[in-house]
Design a protein around this ligand. Structure first.
Ligand code: CDP
Length: 804
């Protein structure tokens, strides 16, 4: 008994996997001791600011910088002409396109960068921006992607005659690519012959990740030793280093990229922005450090947007509700430049996960990318590449099909789920789902909310509404989503040619503490807390004795960064594998110290024990000391390991979400009565961190579904460039969430973990939206576009004739 207690105490002391260890980062953050890019201040530092276009489409006839240069404190004003000799007036995008760094002859979206003013302080720079005189000639504006594909107006004059783009043929001067997956002919045949077909246009509107901290950089060129140091809001610092080297011609070893603390990324900080390039050029030109920090309006109007997918779907089924086929055509509005952040081979990201949680025998997806006069981007805003679009599409199609079949939507899902014994499951669109148990999760979710009672209450509410006893309807928003996270593998996935592996390097110190460095970078996810927990369980040192460091390319091993919930599936795996290398060497050292053969030892929590002789052991601390202080024949001194992990497959977390919502027919207001979220992310490293991720993701999903959008008028003016217009929920709008879980480990991940950070957004958006639709289902509502703000909900009721 004593031994067992002692063992349990040793396990508890580790604070390893499964423990709700408190976030070690928070002591710093809650005391205002974070160190963000804007906190970097260097001697002699200059400040950059942009002149931006007021027009969405215009020719730039002239730029006069004389008045700006005459202002005291202005050091330089850069235009495309200054960047052209360096071949830096355009830059490559992550999607194989190119983008103007500074307006080269014309502007293509409101807020586009036209000139970069460099001054002694930020206020002088801002004043000088006002003094730069730009003469524009307005051109016709295209903000509708369908119209753009028909129009004679040429947006991208630089490539107007090119019939081939980075992703194949272009059929019109405003067309970017057509990307297809699945069997089109077979799908069309199934749809033609089907007993029931439901057809709908599902629009997932344009929105924006809007992290609390906007984007920025500080570039500092040390001309004496030829080294460029770049601090910035980078979700992938190593990739930035490689791109900076290619663009600038500076050898990569002479570039040091540092991502300090990052105040939220959500995909917004994956891309390369003109501000980064201009701050680098400016430090090279002036010889002084140059800081560029954008403001909120610049962030919302000019940096990477998300979504803007028009998804035309057809889904077929038998009369009994067994789905037989799925067809989807997407018109994807990519804005002025194709700057989507996706792995190279996937111009529509992983959108072809759109068969969702369902066993659909045949399917086809086609995505047309289109240029318009809007900001470029197309990032995965808290989702793996285009997965939230896919989940929204299929979860809306299921609801529409349920209406067509006059069937309960929960039952329709249940009879079409992939069954537990079908995993690993090969989807009709080419993915191999690693593991899942959807029926168990679904039944647990329905039981938790009392589904049958809710439906009875809803039916009664409809009767009461018709009888004039209430003006509020009840919506039950169902969602069962399947995510796909953890890009690589390297054979399929790369960013600008860099394979999507990730890495971890561990050094054990002689006294039995450690530092581990990773190729990822936390933006609030708590990596310093959770990666130490993985290591604690693997190497038997307390998580409190392990420092986790990320984000400095001079010290961290090369990695592809943090986005799309890839940190745990890829870098988390690298961490476990590097830990196992440490343990393998430790076993040799322990065998020497205990004078036994390696095979006579077994691992027990924090030590190697001689089999059958539990009193004979060496703890990891003993071993670490010996590694540095004893000459061990055949074993190098020291205790270090590195792992570069190329995942064999992605991981497929899933979840069942149910939102119960009251909708006021007369005011369009909504009230979320209950939100139940069951997540399955395989092995859970830190339940408390997971819960925090789910709360945050659900709140962003609430924002997107219920109010948040980047909207333009017909002139291409961005109507939502401030937080007065762009909805960010506060504690007032945020409902209470009930979280739950099942645990289906990934069979190919070393610790069975799948990602979780994006799941609540992927599942949350359809759950909120389905609740709104479901409230009006009894009155015939099939599809209404998000965001469901009060006005739009009121309009639904009005269009359905519910205002009497
Ligand atoms: O790539 P990103 O960090 O955004 O997403 P993630 O891999 O889903 O991890 C988000 C946070 O949740 C990290 O601190 C993970 O260690 C933690 N997590 C966990 O505790 N257990 C899991 N199975 C997955 C993630």
């Amino acid at each position: 008994m004593k031994d067992l207690e002692d063992r349990q105490e040793r396990i508890d002391n580790l604070k390893g996997m499964g423990c709700s260890r408190k976030r070690v980062e928070d002591a710093r953050f809650t005391q205002g001791k974070g160190n963000y890019v804007d906190d970097v201040n260097l001697p002699g530092m200059l400040h950059g600011d942009f002149v931006r276009s007021p027009y969405a489409h215009a020719r730039v006839k002239s730029i006069n910088i004389d008045a700006a240069m005459a202002l005291d404190g202005v050091v330089a004003v850069l235009t495309a002409k200054d960047l052209e000799p360096l071949a830096l007036h355009w830059m490559p995008t992550l999607a194989g396109d190119k983008q103007m760094v500074l307006a080269d002859g014309k502007v293509l979206f409101q807020g586009q960068e036209v000139a970069f003013v460099v001054a002694k302080d930020h206020y002088i720079a801002a004043d000088a921006v006002e003094l730069v005189e730009v003469e524009y000639e307005e051109l016709p504006v295209l903000v509708d992607p369908f119209e753009a594909l028909q129009s004679d107006v040429v947006l991208r004059e630089d490539i107007k005659d090119e019939k081939e783009g980075a992703h194949g043929p272009r059929r019109h001067h405003n067309h970017i690519f057509l990307w297809e997956e699945g069997d089109k002919e077979a799908t069309e045949q199934v749809l033609d012959e089907a007993e029931v077909v439901a057809e709908e246009m599902v629009y997932y509107h344009r929105t924006h990740p809007c992290p609390l901290e906007p984007c920025g950089s500080v570039a500092s060129m040390d001309k004496i030793n030829g080294k460029l140091t770049l601090w910035g809001t980078f979700q992938a610092p190593h990739v930035v280093r490689t791109v900076a080297s290619i663009l600038s011609g500076i050898e990569e070893h002479n570039i040091r990229v540092i991502s300090p603390d990052i105040g939220g990324g959500f995909g917004n900080k994956v891309g390369v922005y003109p501000g980064y390039v201009c701050s680098i050029v400016a430090t090279i030109v002036t010889g002084q450090p140059v800081k560029w920090i954008e403001d909120r309006m610049e962030n919302l109007m000019a940096t990477a947007f998300a979504r803007d997918y028009w998804m035309k779907g057809k889904i077929s089924a038998t009369k009994e509700g067994k789905i037989t086929g799925l067809h989807c055509h997407v018109t994807a509005d990519h804005g002025a430049f194709d700057a989507c952040a996706d792995p190279t081979k996937f111009p529509a990201g992983f959108f072809h996960i759109c068969t969702g949680s369902y066993d659909i025998p045949v399917a086809y997806v086609g995505v047309d990318g289109v240029y318009t006069n809007k900001a470029p981007g197309g990032v995965a805003y808290r989702c793996s590449f285009r997965v939230t679009e896919a989940a929204y599409f299929i979860e809306r199609m299921i609801e529409v099909l349920a209406m067509e079949l006059n069937m309960d939507a929960a039952e329709l899902r249940r009879i079409n789920f992939i069954k537990a014994d079908q995993f690993p499951y090969q989807s009709a669109l080419g993915w191999e789902y690693d593991s899942g148990d959807y029926h168990t999760a679904w039944d647990k979710a329905l039981a938790a909310v009392g589904y049958d009672d809710l439906r009875a209450e809803q039916a009664q509410r409809v009767e009461d509404f018709k009888a004039g006893k209430t003006r509020k309807l009840l919506g039950i928003g169902l969602t069962h989503f399947t995510e796909i996270v953890g890009a690589g593998p390297v054979k399929n996935c790369d960013i600008l040619g860099m394979g999507m592996f990730d890495s971890c390097e561990i050094r054990i110190h002689p006294t039995g503490s450690a530092i581990a460095r990773l190729g990822t970078i936390s933006q609030g996810q708590g990596h310093a807390t959770t990666f130490a927990q993985i290591l604690a369980s693997e190497i038997g040192l307390s998580a409190d004795s392990i420092t986790i460091e990320e984000g400095d390319t001079d010290t961290a091993p090369y990695g592809l960064g943090t986005y799309g919930s890839r940190s745990t599936p890829v870098a988390g795996a690298a961490t476990a594998m590097a830990g196992r290398k440490i343990r393998a060497k430790a076993q040799m050292i322990a065998a020497y110290l205990l004078e036994v053969h390696d095979n006579d030892l077994e691992w027990d929590v924090d030590r190697f024990v001689v089999k059958g002789a539990p009193e004979r052991f060496k703890t990891m601390k003993d071993i670490a000391y010996a590694a540095y202080n004893q000459a061990i024949p055949g074993v190098e001194p020291g205790l270090e390991a590195v792992s570069y992990y190329d995942p064999p497959n992605m991981t497929y977390p899933f979840g069942a979400y149910i939102c119960v919502m009251e909708v006021d027919v007369d005011t369009g207001e909504h009230e979320i009565r209950q939100f139940y979220a069951l997540d399955d992310c395989g092995t859970r490293i830190n339940p408390m961190v997971i819960e925090g991720q789910v709360h945050g993701g659900l709140t962003e999903a609430l924002a997107i579904a219920m109010g948040q959008e980047i909207a333009y008028d017909d002139m291409g003016n961005c109507k939502t460039g401030t937080l007065m217009d762009f909805f960010i929920p506060t504690a007032v709008e945020t409902p209470h969430y009930t979280t739950d879980h099942t645990e289906t480990p990934s069979p190919h991940h070393p610790i069975g973990a799948k990602g979780v950070g994006e799941s609540p957004n992927v599942g949350g958006v359809p759950a909120f939206s389905n609740a709104v639709h479901d409230a009006f289902r009894a009155f015939g509502l099939r599809q209404s576009h998000m965001p469901h703000d009060h006005w739009r909900i009121w309009k639904i009721a009005s269009d359905l004739g519910l205002h009497g």
